[in-house]
Ligand binder design. Structure first.
Ligand code: FES
Length: 152
């Protein structure tokens, strides 16, 4: 290995080590979040988007054909807050730069390129909906066991 490429390797390796150290010192507020209780499952009694917790907890609850999903309300473009579209049958819209998503979070119109992240969801013994924002699922895993609750 030449001196120049050895030096390049050492600098690159140091940057990786320092980069990891920096990651640990800046805690991710989403992955560090604790599970949250969003109330009784009967409060989500019909298909549609429930945005009651969009501002405070950054979570949208979507009921769709007997399934309940928790979806991050943080836009994948530049992290603005997503809102349900006002039109009937509409999905979700970002007010910042106009991205729109299906009600389950698939990108319908950019500039966002990535679908919204789904969050872990479960029902506890008291029939309350529990969302764990520290566990996130990309589109390929939206129907994983921990990412969806089947309700009658
Ligand atoms: S932050 Fe949502 S479209 Fe830009």
């Amino acid at each position: 290995m030449s001196e120049l490429s050895r030096r390049t390797f050492v600098i690159a390796s140091s940057a990786l080590v320092l980069g990891c150290a920096a990651c640990e010192s800046h805690a991710d507020p989403v992955t560090d979040a604790k599970p949250i209780d969003l109330g009784e499952v009967k409060d989500f009694d019909k298909d549609g988007v429930f945005d009651k917790f969009a501002k405070t907890k950054k979570v949208l609850i979507v009921r769709d054909n007997g399934k309940l999903y928790a979806i991050s309300s943080i836009c994948t473009h530049k992290s603005c807050g997503i809102k349900p579209e006002a039109v009937t049958g509409g999905g979700l819209k970002c007010p910042c730069h106009g991205s729109s998503f299906s009600s389950l979070g698939e990108v319908k119109k950019g500039p966002a390129k990535q679908s919204l992240m789904h969050l872990a969801i479960s029902i506890n013994d008291q029939k309350h909906v529990i969302v764990d924002p520290s566990k996130r699922f990309d589109k390929e895993h939206w129907n994983d066991t921990a990412a969806v609750v089947h309700i009658a």
